[in-house]
Design a protein around this ligand. Structure first.
Ligand code: ATP
Ligand code: MG
Length: 180
C-alpha cells in the first residue's frame, strides 16, 4: 500500500484545486511560515475521517472550507481526495487503487466516498484502523505531539500501542456491543 496522490480543493488555504503526486521514496514539503504545509497534513487527516475540528485548528468543521482573502471570496465547499496504490491488497478491497473522498458544505452537510461510492464515516475509520494510518496512530505526528506522547498517561500510551498492534478495532467493537 502506497500513498499515490492527494487532491485538495477548497480546503483551508487551498482555494484552487491542487494535486500532489507522491513519488517513490521520501517527500519533503518546504515553504515559508503560513504557506500551508501543515494544512496538507490536516487535509490527509481530514479525508481519513478526523472528527475533531479543534485538532484541525478550526472552530467548527465547516471552518475548514476556504474562508476567503482580500482578492478572493470564500468558497462553499471543501473536498479532499486521497489515492492509495493497493497492488499488494494491503487494504481489504479487491482494487488496485483505493480512493477516499470527503466533502463538506457550509451548512455542515458532508459526505465520504470510497472508490466513488457513498459510504459512512465508520466505513472509512474501520478501513484505516488496521493500517496504522488511523487517527490515533504514530504515522502522523504533528508539531507538539512528540512531547504530548511522552508526557501522556500510561493508559493513553497503551492506546497507541494497541492501535499499532491492530487490537484497538476489536476493543472498540467490544465497547460498542457492551453499550447495546
Ligand atoms: P508554519 O511553517 O508556521 O508551520 P505552515 O506552512 O504549516 O506554517 P499552515 O499552518 O499550514 O502553514 O497554513 C496557515 C495558513 O492557512 C494561514 O495563512 C491561514 O490563514 C490559512 N488558513 C487556515 N484555514 C484557512 C481557511 N479556512 N481559509 C483560508 N485560509 C486558511
Ligand atoms: Mg506548520
Amino acid at each position: 500500500m502506497k500513498l499515490k496522490s492527494l487532491v485538495i480543493n477548497g480546503f483551508k488555504s487551498f482555494a484552487d484545486k491542487t494535486q500532489i503526486d507522491f513519488q517513490a521514496g521520501m517527500t519533503a514539503v518546504v515553504g515559508p511560515n503560513g504557506s500551508g504545509k501543515s494544512n496538507i497534513i490536516e487535509a490527509i487527516r481530514w479525508v481519513l475521517g478526523e472528527q475533531s475540528a479543534k485538532s484541525l485548528r478550526s472552530g467548527k468543521m465547516p471552518d475548514v472550507i476556504f474562508a476567503g482573502s482580500s482578492e478572493r471570496k470564500a468558497l462553499n465547499r471543501a473536498a479532499v481526495e486521497i489515492t492509495f496504490s493497493n497492488l499488494d491488497r494491503y487494504l481489504p478491497i479487491n482494487e488496485d487503487e483505493v480512493v477516499i473522498t470527503r466533502r463538506i458544505y457550509r451548512n455542515g452537510d458532508s459526505e465520504f466516498l470510497l472508490n466513488g461510492k457513498n459510504v459512512r464515516l465508520k466505513d472509512i475509520t474501520d478501513l484505516m484502523l488496521d493500517t496504522g494510518l488511523g487517527k490515533e496512530s504514530f504515522s502522523i505526528i504533528s508539531q507538539g505531539r512528540v512531547e504530548s506522547i511522552f508526557n501522556s498517561k500510561a493508559e493513553d500510551r497503551r492506546t497507541i500501542l494497541e492501535e499499532v498492534a491492530g487490537v484497538l478495532k476489536y476493543k472498540k467493537e467490544k465497547q460498542k456491543a457492551q453499550q447495546e
